[in-house]
Design a protein. Structure first.
Lengths: 262, 262
DNA sequence: CTCCGCTACTCGTCTAGACGCCCAAAGGAG
DNA sequence: CTCCTTTGGGCGTCTAGACGAGTAGCGGAG
């Protein structure tokens, strides 16, 4: 319970209607915003804040939990509370599935990662067959059964997204698509080899807080939402040949799209 | 502190490593997921949960705050804790700025809302001139000054997004674009009348937790992220003529994009 | 010098209680 | 019957303390 280094933090306004823990959170937020605590820097410990403000520890913890919920800070057991660093973001361009990106040896994720000088990894790969959910079924034109491909992507050791692909079984069964590693260019290259020349993709983007299993899979800090991206691929005959349901750590991505004005 | 209506909630596992408040949160989450508490339904009161589980009130509140952070429930002072209803989502199609949508009397937002049978409103309109930020300046080709248009959109009385547009002053000054109401078709229609025929848009999509002012402006419940959409409009000469920075309530939107496979 | 254990500090969890304000319903005054 | 007050239940805030567990550094044993 040492004294605070300096006058970075002010005093409480006893006459204010604003709850004490909110005032403390406000002051910390402002100090972080002003750069008094840099990214990754350690905030004063709970004891120090208790001493500085003359409040009980639960009040301080309440203030810190507000900032945690905003995604501004994260705590590490036994070490302290730190300003959450902004991780490098991966920019997903809308032409990332263009054919010329595919005519190479590797998957889109790997190519992009290596171009950015990052190390990429894919794990937790599962391939199975099942009956589609109502939503997937509707998007794929009501196939009886679908091939399901599930995998998780890591960038420099950090999990950043996981994705589940669904393909009608009559298209995918007995092809390399049903293999754990579908080969160079990924399943879109295989689909084209199988005569399903791709014409367009539809993508739906949502954002929400992660479920506990999602937070665990992506090792998400509190206060980090996920982006859910559902992509449907259509071939030149207008048939939906794949649905890909992706959950991404929102702090790791920015999605870029290009729209014609028509 | 009456008894709980039935066996919807189980008992605690004293041998588990999992913290008591997490176990309580788990049980409530599961009960909600199973539909035992419908959307909008009231959860057992804190007192009831204290009585049911035999723990202190802070532990129960801790459990409820977990669910609140996940966006599953929200509390109302003096009334109770309720399962957060999923509001109707507005689907933004990628052709929403197509010219044929614009050749009407109203703004895109209004047209869409009325088509869906909703009541739309625009408020908090501000128009001013200022020096652009570094980011806006880079996107717009380093104009000295920009026209700034700021407004908030409401759907059936609920604020769902607010947006700030930036236009180079040499384009917008002295035109209807600088007026509070730019007229039918919005500023894109005015830009085209001024000879800036629009060719394409670039959109960048991010998601994060709201800042406190954003949460206030959009009246966001805890646990609801925002989608930030930055759109740049280019004319046929390749010049960036507008940047629009939008913050949307993530629970009110799904963004739809169509990508050609090329 | 190296390794290990102690210790101080950190956050995590939980208790038991207090007071305040908000809300809704019951009940009395008019 | 209407209106207002009362009252109980609900969440919001805060206190003071306890114990547990992870971390890191110091210092002594070997």
């Amino acid at each position: 319970m040492t004294a605070l280094p300096s006058g970075l933090l002010g005093v409480l306004d006893a006459t204010s209607d604003r709850a004490v823990f909110r005032q403390i959170a406000d002051q910390l937020r402002e100090a972080i915003g002003k750069g008094h605590f840099a990214e990754g820097a350690k905030l004063p410990s709970e004891s120090e804040l208790v001493g500085h403000y003359g409040v009980s520890r639960m009040t301080v913890r309440n203030a810190l939990s507000v900032l945690q919920g905003e995604g501004l800070v994260h705590s590490e057991h036994g070490k302290g509370v730190f300003v959450r660093p902004r991780p490098p973001v991966r920019r997903l361009a809308s032409d990332r599935f263009a054919r010329h990106h595919r005519d190479q040896g590797k998957s889109a994720f790997t190519v992009e990662a290596e171009a950015a000088g990052s190390h990429s990894q894919v794990d937790n790969l599962q391939v199975r067959e099942e009956r589609p959910s109502a939503d997937v079924s509707a998007r794929l034109g009501s196939p009886l059964r679908v091939l399901v491909r599930h995998r998780r992507y890591l960038l420099d050791g950090r999990p950043v997204e996981f994705a589940t692909s669904y393909l009608p079984l009559d298209i995918a069964k007995g092809t390399p698509i049903a293999a754990p590693n579908p080969g160079p260019g990924g399943i879109y290259a295989r689909l084209e080899e199988l005569g399903h020349r791709l014409e367009r993709f539809e993508e739906e983007v949502r954002a929400r807080m992660p479920t506990p299993p999602e937070a665990k899979t992506l090792r998400l800090a509190p206060g980090v939402p996920v982006i859910r991206l559902v992509r449907t691929a259509y071939d030149t005959k207008g048939r939906a040949v794949e649905v890909c349901d992706t959950v991404m750590a929102a702090d790791a991505y920015v999605l870029a799209y290009e729209l014609p004005a028509q």
